[in-house]
Design a protein around this ligand. Structure first.
Ligand code: ZN
Length: 86
């Protein structure tokens, strides 16, 4: 488990709304910008369509590059679901 993120403040984009948010212990909703986005995205992160290294919920241990790729993937999955619903 990597803890490099906890050493300094890092900005990441909220995977739900794309807003820049703090990826740090100061943000209890990380990697999301708020409780609203975290709740909205729970389904995607827990889904079997979205698995990081075979470990659901391991997003907190990702490197910035991995996080960005995963967040991008999450947005794509969410967009596809949104389209298939209509
Ligand atoms: Zn957000």
């Amino acid at each position: 488990m990597r803890s490099v993120f906890l050493r300094k403040t890092m900005k990441v984009k909220c995977p739900v709304c794309g807003k820049e948010t703090e990826y740090s212990p100061a943000n209890p909703y990380r990697p999301f910008c708020s409780e609203v986005c975290r709740t909205a995205d729970l389904g995607s992160w827990a889904s079997d369509e979205y698995v990081i290294h075979g470990e659901p919920g391991s997003a907190m241990n990702l490197s910035p590059e991995e996080y960005e790729a995963a967040a991008e993937h999450t947005r794509e999955v969410a967009a596809k679901k949104e389209r298939s619903r209509k």
